[in-house]
Design a protein around this ligand. Sequence first.
Ligand SMILES: [Zn+2]
Ligand SMILES: [Zn+2]
Length: 164
Amino acid sequence: MSENSFYRDYDVPQDLQFRTADIIRMGGLECTAQLSPKYFQDVFEAPNKITKVSVKLSFSVATNEILVRGEIAGKRQVQCARCLKMTEQDFAEEFLETYSNKAEIIDIMLQVRQTLALTEDIRFLCKPDCKGLCPQCGQDLNDGPCGCKPVNLSPFAELKGKFK
Ligand SMILES: [Zn+2]
Ligand SMILES: [Zn+2]
């Protein structure tokens, strides 16, 4: 019998709003939950998105506060900054947070969303040497050369377009 089985009957709220009084009454809590990705749709900027999330939580009750250790795991889809291809990745993150035992609700959802938001990599590359797209015809240069004539841009030509 594992030490967690004592808590098996506890109904983990899908929105991860835990009542502080429940946690104190139980003298702590260990639980796991599979969460709907709908709670995380807006955490990453489109088209990047989180597609699967599960959490493992451990609440410890101290004199004036409740310590929460969380492990978050799941899947996300991220776009390559150069060739725009989508890649699916596994991720795993951890957090450690303390909450006052006087607050009515311990909002773990906020913590999970914040932890995940910090992991978004807007400069993600599908591979370190991704060749990207041809700026003229849009072909994925990882699939081979497109035949466009290379344009010689001066260092200022690129900047010009950014200041209108
Ligand atoms: Zn790429
Ligand atoms: Zn081209």
